[in-house]
Design a protein around this ligand. Structure first.
Ligand code: RIB
Ligand code: CA
Length: 308
């Protein structure tokens, strides 16, 4: 769909990033795709983003982003997404090439050229933070930043930290403090939306190549989750951040003050969500997601891939 909200998707494919890209292309006007080191090293996430752009027939170019967090060494999630980012899934061959323009330059230039653009970061916030550092006005000129990251509850990589924030806490703090209109789809929300083998089976009934690839992605992540003892299901984390822009009526957000722990021995990478009952103290800087209509969301995701 070309007349949906204008989106720039920043991602680290990643199984759920790949599914989120399909949803974004169905219900949004994807202006550009930027890659970042996260689930896998930058070369892999960039290759996967390009493969998904080709599969989806995207009119958007793919822009290679940052290979390292603002502080410390790159962190990856090979245990979940495999060393190459998409496990055993091989995306269809294509002849697309990466843009010569760096992702951070693209983010700055594209948001200067167009108004009312939503940034949809689905991995560590390194690219977004670098762009804000270089051009602070970016925060106020974008329509918003709809990110998958953090949690108003338990973490995943640690008791309190979610991977995208934990992989680059300094970047996340720059984004949270930027003054941008932020929608946060954290684990407390995204864990409400789970895929299973029945969802993969429905996609396999479709003749669409996209659907067959999406089914392979789900089978692969379900295999991985099963091998980790978590059962054949997977939370659809990143697609939540897309629906938060294209279908906000399916989610419930509440204004909260959110800051990032960057120093804690046990809590580094935690999104500190202030849920004290006194409204307005401190002032909310983030719309935190608390509920999603996962049944409607799943139907939108399935139809996005089933459509030829
Ligand atoms: O913690 C979930 C997040 O980390 C998702 O974005 C997933 O793709 C991984 O990057
Ligand atoms: Ca991701």
């Amino acid at each position: 769909m070309r007349d949906g909200p204008q989106l720039i998707v920043d991602c680290d494919p990643g199984h759920d990033d790949a599914l989120a890209l399909g949803l974004a292309h169905e219900h949004g006007n994807v202006l550009g795709i930027t890659s970042v080191s996260g689930n896998a090293p930058l070369d892999d996430t960039t290759r996967n983003a390009l493969g998904m752009a080709a599969l989806l027939g995207s009119s958007a170019e793919v822009y290679r982003g940052e290979a390292r967090p603002l502080v410390g060494e790159p962190r990856h999630a090979g245990g979940v997404h495999g060393t190459g980012g998409l496990g055993r899934v091989a995306l269809p061959k294509h002849d697309r090439v990466i843009s010569e323009l760096h992702a951070v330059d693209y983010l700055i230039e594209a948001t200067r050229k167009r108004s009312n653009v939503w940034l949809v970061p689905l991995g560590p916030l390194t690219n977004i933070a670098r762009a804000i550092e270089r051009d602070p006005m970016l925060a106020s000129r974008v329509a918003g930043i709809s990110l998958m990251g953090g949690s108003a509850g338990a973490g995943n990589v640690t008791a309190v930290a979610e991977f995208n924030i934990w992989a680059d806490p300094e970047a996340a703090q720059i984004v949270m403090a930027s003054g941008a209109h932020i929608r946060m789809s954290g684990l407390n929300l995204t864990r409400q939306w789970q895929s299973d083998d029945a969802i993969a089976a429905r996609l396999k009934e479709s003749t669409s190549v996209k659907a067959q690839v999406a089914a392979a992605i789900l089978d692969d992540i379900h295999d991985r989750m099963e091998s980790l003892g978590r059962g054949r299901r997977a939370a659809l984390h990143d697609p939540c951040a897309v629906l938060a822009v294209t279908h906000p009526e399916l989610l419930r957000f509440e204004g909260r003050h959110v800051t990032i722990e960057t120093e804690g021995v046990y809590t580094r990478g935690m999104t500190v969500v202030d849920e004290r009952p006194t409204p307005g103290i401190p002032e909310a800087n983030v719309e935190v997601g608390y509920q999603i209509d996962s049944k409607s969301a799943m139907e939108l995701l399935l139809r996005a891939f089933e459509r030829a």
